[in-house]
Design a protein around this ligand. Structure first.
Ligand code: ZN
Length: 678
C-alpha cells in the first residue's frame, strides 16, 4: 500500500493549510506530527481524519454530535475501572493546576509523569497489564503537594478535613497491597474479591454466579446479555443490580450522552440509522437489555451509512467474570477505497468457512451478514481513548452474531499513524534475524497487517458455531484469550492461502511470510517488552499471541519449523518451514474451535496456562535490555482531533477539524468540559 502515501500527503497539505493556519509557518507542509510525546512506557500520537473534507455538511454535523456524545461518558469509564479513580483524578488535576511550590524539581516532573500515566489508563491501574502503578515520588512529597495547592479544589467529602482526606488517599496511591490489580485472572483466588474493578460491591464470586445463574432461562435461544450494564451490590443483605441508565447509576453523564445523541438523530443519514439512534436513546433511558439487543440487530445491519459509531457498555474484558461492560465510544466514517479490499474478503466468507480446518459440526453451514469495512476514525471516547483498538467486531452477543451477523471494521488511519510514528526507530534492525527478514516486513508489513486484521475481524470472530446449549461464558476467565486466539488463527491460517493472491488482496505469498515472521517474533519474544521483569502475561490479546506462538514452536520443534538461533549473544527466532507452520496454525485452530464449540473449560484452561501465561525469565531479561537501548515506548495511544462547528447565526454552515498537540491540555480540557460525575 505504498501508493497510499502520496494522496495522503496531498490531503494532509490541504488540511494543514485549511485547518492549522497558526502552525503553517512552524512545520514543514509535508509532515504531519504523528508522534507527540513519550513518557514512562507510553507514547502519545495523533491520527489524521483523512477525507473529512469530502463529507457532506450533514455528515460532518453528524460526526460532530456523535463526537460530543463520545466525550460525555469519559467519567463513567474512570469510575468503572476503580471506585476512587475520579476522586484521585480530581485531586491530581487540582495539584497540577494550583500547586504553589517549585515546579522545576525532579519530584514535580515525576508527579507530572504519574498524572499523565493516570490519564492514559483512565485510572491508577495499568491499561494493559492491569497492575496498580505506584508513584515515583514519596508520600511525603505528595502531602506537600496537597497542602500547597488550592484547598477548595479538592474533592473532599462533607465535613472531611485535608488530613483525613490524605490519610484515606495516601495508602490508596502508595500501598502496593491495596487494590493491586484492576482485573485478576488467577483462578486460585476469588476473581471478584481480588479485582479492583468497580463492577461489584460487597459481593463475592459465588454470590455473583448464583445471582446470574438464577436469572438465566433454560433453552433461551436469544438470551439478553445479563449483567452487562449494571453494578452488582448488596443492599440490606440482598444482592441487587444498580443499572446504568437515566435515573440510575451514572445518570448525569448518560443524560449528556443522550442529549448529543438526540441532536445526532436529527441529522442521521437515513431512516435505519435514525431508528438505531432512537433505540440507543431508549436503552439509555430504561437500561432495558432487550432494547440493547434490538438496537444491536439494527446497528449490525446498517452497513451502508457513511458515518458510523460505537457508543455504550460494550466490551467485557475488564470484568473477571466476563459479563459487565466498560463504557466506550468510537466515531468514524467509511474509507471507501480500503473498504473494497475488506469487501472482497467478506464476500467470500462462505468459502473460508467451508475450507476452515475446524470439524464440520462446529462450522456454520451458511455464514450470514459478515460485513466488513475499513474506516477512518474521527473520535475516540471512554475505554477507547487514548488507547484504541485497531479493529472492532460487534455486536458481542453470540445469538445476534449467528442470526443477524456482525459488523467488522478496520481502523486504517490508526494503524497508519502507528506505522508512521514508528518509522526508523531501530526495532526491526534489532529483532529481525536477517536483512532479508527485515526487508520483507518493510515491504509488505503494513499491507499484510491490514489484511490480517480484516481476516481476524470480518471472518475470524464471525466463523464457527457453538453446539446447542453451549455459551461462550462457559470458558469464564479464559474466554477472551481463547476467542482472540481463534480469530488470530483463522487469519494466520488463511493469509498463507493462494486464495488471498487469487482474490487480489495480497500481491504474493511473500507478504504472508512477512506476517508469519512478525507473528512468531512478537509472540515468542518482542511482546515481552510490554511485561515488567518477573511478571507473567495477563492481558487477553498478549496471552493469545504467546499461546499460539509457543504451541506451534513446541509442536514443530522436531522438524525445526521454527528455530531458536543465537547470533553475537542475541536470541532470534527464525521460521524455516512456512508450509508446515501453516498446517500447525490450522491444527491449533481446529482444537480451539472445538474448545469454544463444546465449552470445554478444562482444555481451554490447560492451553492458556501452559502456553500463554508463563514467561522465560532469561529471554525476558535479554529482550528488555535490547529494547531499552532503543528508547521506544511499548504502548501507544492517541489524542483526539477537535471538531468545531462554523456558525452563521444559529445555522451550522461547516465543521472544521483541528489537531491539537498538547496531551496534558486535552486531558485538562476534557476534565473541565466533559466531567459529569462525582
Ligand atoms: Zn479480536
Amino acid at each position: 500500500m505504498k501508493n497510499k502515501l502520496l494522496p495522503l500527503l496531498l490531503i494532509l497539505i490541504v488540511m494543514m493549510i485549511a485547518c492549522q493556519p497558526k502552525q503553517k509557518n512552524e512545520q514543514p507542509k509535508d509532515s504531519f506530527k504523528f508522534l507527540v510525546e513519550q513518557f514512562a512506557d507510553l507514547k502519545i500520537m495523533r491520527y489524521q481524519v483523512t477525507g473529512f473534507d469530502s463529507l457532506t455538511l450533514k455528515q460532518k454535523e453528524l460526526i460532530y454530535y456523535l463526537s460530543q456524545a463520545a466525550l460525555c461518558g469519559r467519567d463513567i469509564t474512570w469510575d468503572q475501572n476503580y471506585k476512587y479513580n475520579l476522586r484521585i483524578r480530581k485531586t491530581l488535576e487540582n495539584i497540577y493546576s494550583t500547586y504553589k511550590g517549585n515546579k522545576e524539581t525532579e519530584d514535580w516532573k515525576k508527579f507530572v509523569v504519574y498524572l499523565k500515566r493516570v490519564w492514559f489508563s483512565n485510572g491508577i491501574h495499568h491499561h494493559y497489564g492491569s497492575d496498580k502503578f505506584i508513584p515515583d515520588f514519596s508520600s511525603a512529597y505528595f502531602t506537600d503537594l496537597v497542602k500547597n495547592a488550592d484547598q477548595a479544589g479538592f474533592p473532599l467529602e462533607k465535613g472531611e478535613t485535608t488530613d483525613q482526606f490524605l490519610s484515606f488517599l495516601v495508602p490508596v496511591l502508595f500501598d502496593p497491597a491495596i487494590a493491586p490489580k484492576k482485573v485478576s485472572q488467577d483462578p486460585a483466588n476469588d476473581l471478584i474479591l481480588s479485582s479492583a474493578v468497580n463492577f461489584y460491591e460487597g459481593i463475592n464470586q459465588k454470590e455473583a454466579e448464583a445471582f446470574y445463574t438464577a436469572l438465566k432461562r433454560p433453552n433461551d435461544n436469544s438470551p439478553v446479555s445479563y449483567g452487562l450494564n449494571s453494578k452488582l451490590v448488596k443492599k440490606n443483605g440482598k444482592v441487587t443490580e444498580e443499572v446504568y441508565k437515566i435515573g440510575g447509576l451514572y445518570s448525569p453523564a448518560i443524560e449528556k450522552i443522550v442529549f448529543w445523541l438526540g441532536k445526532a438523530m436529527q441529522v442521521a443519514e437515513n431512516e435505519q440509522q435514525q431508528k438505531g439512534i432512537e433505540l440507543l436513546i431508549a436503552y439509555y433511558k430504561t437500561g432495558d437489555l432487550k432494547t440493547w439487543d434490538d438496537y444491536n440487530v439494527l446497528w449490525s445491519q446498517d452497513t451502508f451509512s457513511r458515518v458510523d459509531y460505537v457508543n455504550g457498555f460494550v466490551e467485557n474484558y475488564d470484568d473477571p467474570m466476563g459479563m459487565k461492560a466498560t463504557w466506550e465510544a468510537v466515531v468514524n466514517f467509511m474509507d471507501q477505497q480500503g473498504t473494497k479490499r475488506a469487501e472482497i474478503i467478506s464476500r467470500n466468507a462462505q468459502w473460508f468457512e467451508d475450507h476452515s480446518p475446524a470439524e464440520p459440526r462446529f462450522k456454520k453451514t451458511s455464514v450470514k451478514g459478515v460485513s466488513a469495512k475499513v474506516i477512518t476514525t474521527a473520535q475516540l471516547g471512554g475505554n477507547c481513548y487514548p488507547n484504541t483498538p485497531i479493529g472492532i467486531n460487534l455486536p458481542n452477543a453470540d445469538w445476534i452474531r449467528k442470526e443477524h451477523g456482525s459488523k467488522s471494521v478496520t481502523m486504517d488511519n490508526i494503524t497508519y499513524a502507528y506505522d508512521q510514528a514508528a518509522l526508523g526507530n531501530g526495532f526491526l534492525e534489532e529483532f529481525c534475524y536477517s536483512e532479508e527478514e527485515r526487508k520483507l516486513v518493510e515491504k509488505y508489513g503494513y499491507q499484510v497487517g491490514n489484511v490480517t486484521t480484516d481476516l481476524h475481524e470480518c471472518l475470524g470472530h464471525a466463523s464457527g458455531q457453538l453446539l446447542p446449549g453451549v455459551t461462550s461464558e462457559m470458558l469464564k476467565n479464559y474466554q477472551s484469550t481463547l476467542e482472540e486466539a481463534r480469530a488470530d488463527l483463522f487469519a494466520l491460517y488463511f493469509v498463507m492461502d493462494q486464495k488471498m493472491v487469487d482474490l487480489g488482496v495480497i500481491p504474493t505469498l511473500e507478504a504472508a511470510k512477512a506476517e508469519y515472521n512478525s507473528y512468531i517474533r512478537n509472540g515468542l519474544m518482542t511482546q515481552l517488552t510490554r511485561i515488567e521483569p518477573g511478571k507473567n502475561i495477563e492481558e487477553a490479546h498478549m496471552r493469545n499471541r504467546a499461546l499460539i506462538a509457543h504451541w506451534v514452536f513446541e509442536k514443530g520443534s522436531a522438524g525445526k519449523v521454527i528455530e531458536k538461533r543465537n547470533k553475537d549473544g542475541k536470541t532470534y527466532f527464525v521460521v524455516n518451514d512456512y508450509q508446515k507452520l501453516h498446517t500447525l496454525f490450522g491444527e491449533l485452530l481446529a482444537e480451539i474451535q472445538r474448545i469454544k464449540s463444546t465449552g470445554d473449560y478444562e482444555a481451554g484452561k490447560k492451553l492458556v496456562e501452559k502456553y500463554g501465561v508463563q514467561v522465560d525469565q532469561e529471554l525476558h531479561k535479554e529482550v528488555l535490555a535490547r529494547f531499552k537501548k532503543l528508547h521506544i515506548s511499548p504502548y501507544g495511544g492517541f489524542m483526539n482531533p477537535v471538531f468545531t462547528p462554523v456558525m452563521k447565526g444559529d445555522q451550522i454552515v461547516d465543521v472544521k477539524v483541528e489537531y491539537p498537540d498538547d496531551y496534558a491540555g486535552q486531558m485538562m480540557k476534557y476534565s473541565k468540559e466533559f466531567s459529569f460525575l462525582k
